[in-house]
Design a binder for this molecule. Structure first.
Ligand code: G6P
Length: 611
């Protein structure tokens, strides 16, 4: 994850680019840089290791002046976070380039270029693109055409911004697999990874589509070409979200807003991490491939909702990556005499990255013989992120509601990426991996479809408002989803709720079932469905009222006392993510009916930084 900004304007662009970088720092901040073309067709560059503030200090002592430029804030994948590896990368004195994403075939391209005498100043994959553009330019003498030729040779995911000294009023952008928007100004035009970066100069944006290439030139001219090179027009949209995170917008509660943000944040968590050949292992960090290939088992440690995400991951990691996995709550783990088998990777999950027990568990693990540590976290710069060897950031954005919603589904998304990365490194079932990757691509759309069922879910909530207890059932990877559903209900509606693996029903909880105990069951169309159906019969036979969330293709008989809600079909592997949503919405509506404080439920805190 990196952030890109570009501009072609009448005025000096240094401050516009710098402000844009500051706003993109959430995308990575291990080094930053800027290249500007002055009025005499000369390229000037400044780069600095560290945060954007370090670059700002350099620019204060040696400012850049010119109306055309590109800038970048980096999150290292290839090569350490040094000044030498910071973007923009140049080829000679003419071409400068910024890149977000991963060029998967950079090694063969690098070899080809090296044989032709090109030398490399960095360890990055990006530098090959700079040289390829320079080489093409020699014959085409046109930056747009050169980049189009180069794109045909790149595999992987990218958003790019390119300038050439011979075209001092031009910035070219391209996107495939990483986002890029064009900011429409008055006689000036801009480029960025996220509209947020440009809100200080415009509120009008063109969202480039996959494969698009754009030329920004003098006078605010914007020309867009699709992947086939055809000139196309894309709509200009006005940005209307305002300062999104800190306000509820039109929603009654932050929790509801955050539930509805899930399609967007899941998409953001996937962004730049899937290439032509599945998950991009390098997107987990420079050392990921070597660490993952040496891992023989995994220990996952977390608290609360994050712990439930870890429980789902255990099913995935064992099923799809064939790697033994243990999951434990941090407050237990840290005081246990843990036996660490050789080759164990330690993984923490946390929304905040500041949960005291999880942090203590990490420090405890660092004193033991683990292979290394990976943190899956939502807050860049948090203690957990700073202290772990590898990090995978979820892109949920700030989560204000105490009951975690979007942080959980983005954790699951990240954990599935982690599972697929391990499966890939370990050479497990490539066809199955490809199917799941396809499923991930359409996941945001499926999530939107489930959100449209909200009125039906709200209608179910009335049956819970007067109840004192509820039982959630699930099997396999949906048992943790049942646990999460029960946690949501108790956190915000104060109804006592428990979750059981459905097969355990007969070993105790069945004694509690009567007409006063609603039973909620998660029934995707998976291999355990038939067994689950038998468990549901056990509930019906005791007069319990059943609420079943099931796949649209599942045949479950409609009967008195059975309330069914059909969910769109999804690959079994990804069903736990989808089936979380109706449970979140159900809890929300029950809490609203009961009149509790949804966003700040009694006795709880968003981030528990004490033991
Ligand atoms: C608190 C929050 C929960 C959260 C848990 C772990 O209990 O109320 O929503 O799941 O902490 O937090 P973390 O930030 O580590 O995910």
């Amino acid at each position: 994850m990196c952030g890109i900004v570009g501009a072609v304007a009448q005025r000096n662009v240094q401050e516009i680019l710098l402000e844009g970088l500051k706003r993109l720092e959430y995308r990575g901040y291990d080094s930053a840089g800027m290249a500007v073309l002055d009025g005499r067709s000369r390229l000037h560059r400044q780069r600095a290791a560290g945060k954007v503030a370090a670059l700002a200090d350099c620019l204060e002592s040696v400012p850049l002046a010119g109306g055309t430029g590109i800038a970048h804030t980096r999150w290292a994948t290839h090569g350490r976070p040094t000044e030498r590896n910071a973007h923009p990368h140049q080829s000679g004195e003419d071409v400068a380039i910024v890149h977000n994403g991963i060029i998967e075939n950079y090694e063969s391209l690098k070899q080809e270029l090296a044989e032709q005498g090109y030398t490399f100043a960095s360890e990055t994959d990006t530098e090959v693109v700079a040289h390829l553009v320079a080489r093409e330019y020699e014959s085409t003498q046109d930056l747009l055409t050169s980049l189009q030729h180069v794109l045909a040779r790149l595999h992987g995911a990218y958003a790019l911004g390119v300038v050439h000294a011979s075209e001092p009023k031009v910035v070219i952008g391209a996107r495939k697999g990483s986002p890029l928007v064009v900011g429409v100004g008055i006689e000036e035009a801009f480029l960025a990874s996220d509209p947020l970066a440009l809100l200080q100069v415009t509120d009008r944006f063109i969202y480039l589509r996959e494969g698009d290439v754009v030329r920004l030139s003098e006078g605010g001219r914007i020309e867009i070409f699709d992947a086939q090179g055809q000139a196309v027009s894309r709509p200009v949209q006005t940005y209307e979200h305002g300062d999104g995170a800190s306000s509820k917008g039109d929603y009654r509660h932050f929790m509801l807003k955050e539930i509805h943000e899930q399609p967007k944040v899941i998409e953001a968590t996937l962004e730049g991490r899937i290439g032509d050949n599945g998950v991009l292992v390098k997107s987990f960090g420079i050392e990921a491939e070597s660490l993952f290939s040496r891992a023989k088992q995994i220990h996952i440690v977390a608290c609360g909702t994050s712990y439930h995400a870890g429980m789902v991951a255990r099913y995935w990691l064992e099923r799809y990556a064939g790697i033994p996995t243990q999951v434990e709550v941090a407050s237990e783990y840290r005081y246990r005499r843990v036996v660490v088998p050789e080759g164990t990777l330690f993984v923490t999950l946390s929304q905040s990255g500041e949960t005291a027990d999880t942090l203590a568990a990490l420090r405890f693990a660092q004193e033991r013989d683990y292979l290394g540590s990976l943190a899956i976290c939502n807050v860049p710069g948090s203690s957990l992120v700073r202290e772990s060897d590898l990090t995978l950031m979820t892109q949920a954005g700030p989560e204000i509601g105490v009951a975690s919603t979007k942080a959980f589904t983005t954790q699951l998304t990240a954990l599935m990426l982690f599972t697929l990365a391990l499966a890939k490194v370990r050479g497990q079932e490539p066809e199955r991996q490809a199917q799941i990757v396809e499923g991930l691509r359409s996941l945001p759309e499926r999530v939107k479809e489930v959100l449209r069922l909200d009125p039906q879910i709200e209608a179910l909530s009335a049956a819970f408002a007067e109840k004192h207890h509820a039982l959630f059932l699930g099997r396999g990877s949906h048992f943790p989803i049942a646990l999460e559903g029960a946690l949501k209900l108790k956190e915000i509606s104060y109804i006592h709720a428990e979750a059981y693996p459905a097969g355990e029903l007969k070993h105790g909880p069945l004694a509690l079932v009567d007409s006063e105990m609603p039973v909620i069951s998660v029934a995707p169309n998976d291999e355990l469905l038939d067994k689950l159906k038998s468990n549901l019969q056990e509930v019906r036979a005791r007069g319990g009222e059943l609420f079943v969330f099931a796949d649209e293709n599942v045949a479950i008989e409609r009967a008195e006392g059975v309330h069914m809600l059909r969910l769109p079909h999804i690959d079994d592997a990804l069903a736990p993510i989808l089936y979380t949503l109706p449970l979140q919405l159900l809890s929300y509506h029950v809490a609203v009916l009961k009149g509790t404080d949804v966003d700040q439920p009694r006795n709880l805190a968003k981030s528990v930084t004490v033991e």
